[in-house]
Design a protein around this ligand. Structure first.
Ligand code: PEP
Ligand code: MG
Length: 548
């Protein structure tokens, strides 16, 4: 047995076999072969496997995200069945006497180039698809992306790091835990693991080298420990820990339908952060009083082209209907920095976290933004919607958004498309600038939500993705707490409400501080709702003010 230690970022104990997730090489190596028919058979075999994977993904996505969002996988399937595509691969193999990997990657490049030069915008967009689907075949040919081959049993996913788009596209049916070499507590993979209630350990140096593919493994998310080929005694001890964890969950379930209030009756609202409709079910199962943050960018990350107005409308409408009149705060797309979608074709930047991201993209690409706003306003006819703007730094930005939103509403009216007249507009406090001018912003919008993940990184100048500077990133830093208090005071003076939707909102040791500030809502990963409600129920604020 070997024990490795990293940082536990999502609690729970998981058992499974290790599945190494290695990214396929960008361009395949070229070498000559004697037996070209053998290469063609390898290609045919990989193609058949890829088609089977896509069929499975199509069914799963259709169930969770609806028909529109799953169509992509059908298009990919059709591409692999296209005769021209297959003939091109075979001709390259036979004509140049080369390996299948090279022929696939060369065909992908030629087809992508052909699509990219077409007039029609839709066909242009297919360039990314042909690259994507060829990557899938290459993964199979090179033995990368092994997650697909041991899909049928529970496994522990081990990776160097996982980009949000990769996490979003993973088939999660059998993932029992995540272990990564990189990452950080507030990275989206960690957030995703907590949302799903999957144990996760990050910052485990040499993970890919030390954790052998296929080995038996136990992950203890709370302790940040990973056991490879555990002995019987360890397995029994951790089985007990897993049972205790389950018993704790049962106890907490008593809080599911209770209001969130302290012993002396001071209330707040406890809502959930979600990234898609699957998470919404976790939110409901855990007694969420609303959705405090719907990270809509995951819709963009889960697809290989801009999601259409119709596709977005279906998802937003379903979320509002499922929440049955409870407020659903949907954040407009927060693409950029670590959340990259290739088809946005964002410029390569030295400091992407401080670059073209979130609201900056929306304001410079109004067509993309207007499509999302149309979908949002249309969905507002089906429930209680609030729209939240990420990465705001100035009053002018908010005013420009209000103008664009007014235009969208006007056009909907002209087209006789219904939408609610009272959709609330909110601003995220994610930059020190927004906190400092929160008095001015409070005159412009209805509500606020503090994104402590970004507010921390921008206040302390500490990159949230960089594990090596974790020691300089004090999430209880007085500067951060003062900015939150200042915002709360300014916003309450204008009679508006303020929530916290960053990870700090779930920090039980700050629950008293936030309750005393009068924070109106805490929005946390679904699995944090019940423990936090239980912790708040233990507080008594009738005694003297806590010392700061
Ligand atoms: C935040 O920054 O705290 C936040 C909630 O947004 P995200 O984590 O998606 O950047
Ligand atoms: Mg943020």
């Amino acid at each position: 047995m070997k024990i490795y230690k990293g940082e536990g970022v999502s609690r729970g104990v998981a058992f499974g076999k290790i599945n190494l997730y290695e990214k396929a090489a960008a361009a395949a190596e070229k070498y000559t072969v004697e037996n070209t028919e053998n290469e063609i058979a390898r290609f045919e075999n990989a193609r058949a496997q890829a088609i089977a994977q896509l069929a499975l993904l199509f069914t799963k996505t259709k169930e969770s995200l609806g028909e529109e969002n799953s169509l992509l996988f059908q298009i990919h399937q059709m591409m692999l069945e296209d005769l021209d595509y297959c003939d091109s691969v075979k001709e390259i193999i036979r004509g140049e006497k080369v390996n299948a990997e090279y022929a696939v990657s060369e065909t992908a490049a030629r087809f992508a180039e052909m699509f990219a030069t077409m007039e029609d915008e839709y066909m242009k967009g297919r360039a990314a698809d042909v690259r994507d689907v060829s990557g899938r075949v290459l993964d199979i040919l090179t033995g990368g992306g092994k997650e697909k081959t041991i899909l049928q049993q529970p496994y522990i996913l081990v990776a160097e790091d996982l980009a949000p788009s990769e996490t979003a596209q993973l088939d999660k049916t059998y993932v029992q835990a995540f272990v990564t070499a990189g990452g950080s507590r507030n990275s989206h993979t960690a957030i995703f693991a907590r949302t799903m209630g999957i144990p996760a350990v990050i910052g485990l140096e040499g993970a890919l080298q030390n954790l052998p593919d296929g080995a038996d493994c136990i992950v203890d998310g709370a302790a940040g420990e990973v056991y490879v080929e555990p002995d019987q005694e360890t397995a029994a001890r951790l089985r007990k820990k897993q049972e205790a964890e389950q018993a704790r969950k049962k106890l907490l379930s008593l809080y599911k339908d209770r209001p969130t209030q302290t012993k002396d009756g001071k209330k707040t609202e406890l809502c959930a952060n979600i990234g898609n409709l699957n998470d919404l079910q976790f939110a409901l199962d855990n007694g969420a009083e609303g959705i405090g943050l719907f990270r809509s960018e995951f819709l963009y990350l889960e697809s290989t082209d801009y999601p259409t107005e119709e596709a977005q409308f279906t998802v937003y409408k379903t979320a509002l209907q499922k929440m049955a009149g409870k407020r659903v705060v949907i954040r407009t797309l927060d693409i950029g920095a670590d959340k990259q979608a290739a088809y946005f074709d964002l410029p390569k930047e030295e400091n992407p976290a401080m670059g073209m991201r979130a609201i900056r993209i929306c304001l410079t690409r109004p067509a993309v933004f207007e499509t999302q706003l149309r979908a949002l306003y249309r969905s507002s006819a089906y429930g209680r919607l609030a729209i939240l703007l990420p990465m705001i730094t100035s009053v002018e930005e908010v005013r420009r958004v209000k103008e664009i939103a007014a235009g969208v509403q006007r056009r909907l009216e002209e087209e006789n498309i219904p939408f609610a007249p009272d959709v609330e507009l909110g601003v995220m406090i994610e930059t020190p600038a927004a906190a400092v001018i929160s008095d001015l912003l409070a005159k412009e919008v209805d509500l606020f939500s503090v994104g402590t993940n970004d507010l921390t990184q921008y206040t302390l100048a500490a990159d949230r993705q960089n594990q090596s500077i974790a020691q300089f990133c004090d999430t209880h830093h007085p500067a951060l707490l003062r900015l939150i208090r200042l915002s709360a005071d300014n916003i309450h003076k204008e009679g508006k409400w303020i929530g916290i939707c960053g990870e700090l909102g779930a920090d039980e040791s700050l629950a008293e501080t936030f309750m005393r500030m009068g924070i109106d809502e805490l929005s946390v990963t679904p699995t944090a709702i019940l423990p936090l409600r239980a912790a708040i129920a233990e507080l008594d604020l009738s005694n003297e003010e806590e010392k700061q």
